[in-house]
Design a protein around this ligand. Structure first.
Ligand SMILES: C[S@@+](CC[C@H](N)C(=O)[O-])C[C@H]1O[C@@H](n2cnc3c(N)ncnc32)[C@H](O)[C@@H]1O
Length: 291
């Protein structure tokens, strides 16, 4: 039976609300706009348009997936980050808005670096996932040459696809391996190193909502008992891959900034160590500049 856009949206919002799904209106609109390949606003300009039974069934299937807890981003297959659209699959974490802080500070550092250096700027992104950080930096800094590392081969396939769609594939290399070990001896030292490594504690993991726990990769989230297993190991490696004056930028969990600052100060070799807050006022990024 044919139904109008308005009727479909009303029913979907009711179903999602009844199923206890967060932000039901936004989910219903995004899933329908993507299905019809329309901007979200156009749904309301076309609210009385009737959809054919195939379109209605396809929309019902999407709403059913969301009701099971599947994130909207995996259903539509994309997420916006730094105003770019990234393909996402269950092999990668859905990029979060707070991670844009690393791009913002990375770009700021790149401007300073490039005002003193003429050569191409080598950048390393560890735990690259969908490639959102590596590709956003490559996009924003045309003089950059970026290496993205991830332990997950499947994640790197998604990153590769994203680099092609943002036309930076010729300036980004993808390497599979553990933290910075695979590239240590093969490339020059880096002017900038970003890392959004897993930092969820074991106790936080237990309490995460089903939407995250059942769908996003545990490999991208779980950082051990105190969440810092990977960051702790990476802090010991990063001085070897950073150039003098180079910056490391680490995303951290809401209670971890002070501990990570202490780790970097104890590691030694850095001139400055500092913390940046995200838009919610949470200490979200820890940075250190190599002597
Ligand atoms: C929190 S996700 C970050 C993904 C993406 N950079 C972002 O900002 O949305 C962490 C990523 O680190 C990767 N990872 C986990 N352990 C790793 C390791 N030992 N070495 C390299 N990457 C690792 C995961 O596969 C995942 O893609």
């Amino acid at each position: 039976m044919s139904q109008t856009i308005g009727e479909l949206l009303r029913r979907a919002v009711g179903d999602l609300q009844g199923g206890g799904i967060a932000e039901p209106q936004a989910a219903a609109e995004v899933l329908l706009a993507d299905l019809l390949d329309l901007p979200r606003l156009s749904l309301f300009l076309d609210i009385h348009r009737g959809l054919n039974p195939l379109q209605c069934d396809a929309y019902a299937a999407r709403i059913w997936r969301r009701l099971q807890g599947e994130p909207v981003q995996y259903i539509v297959g994309t997420q916006e980050f730094w105003s770019l659209s990234f393909a996402v699959t269950p092999a990668v974490l859905v990029p979060r808005p707070e991670t844009e802080l690393l791009v913002e500070y990375g770009v700021k550092h790149a401007r300073q670096w490039l005002s003193h250096h003429r050569a191409a700027m080598p950048v390393l992104d560890v735990g690259t996932g969908s490639g959102n950080l590596a590709i956003s930096l490559a996009h924003a800094v045309p003089q950059s040459r970026v290496w993205g590392v991830d332990i997950s081969w499947d994640a790197l396939q998604v990153a590769r696809l994203n680099a092609r769609s943002h036309t930076v594939a010729d300036r980004v290399r993808w390497i599979q391996g553990d933290l910075s070990t695979p590239i240590r001896k093969t490339v020059p030292t880096f002017a900038l190193c970003t890392a959004n490594l897993p930092y969820v504690t074991t106790a936080e993991w237990e309490r995460l909502p089903r939407d995250i726990k059942a769908y996003e990769p545990a490999l991208a989230l779980c950082g051990g008992e105190d969440g810092l297993d990977l960051i702790r190991r990476f802090v010991t490696m990063v001085p070897d891959v950073l150039a003098s004056g180079g910056l490391v930028l680490l995303e951290v969990g809401w209670q971890q900034a002070k501990t990570v600052v202490d780790m970097l100060e104890q590691q030694g070799g850095f001139i400055d160590v500092g913390v940046e807050r995200d838009l919610a006022g949470i200490d979200r990024a820890v940075w250190a500049r190599k002597r």
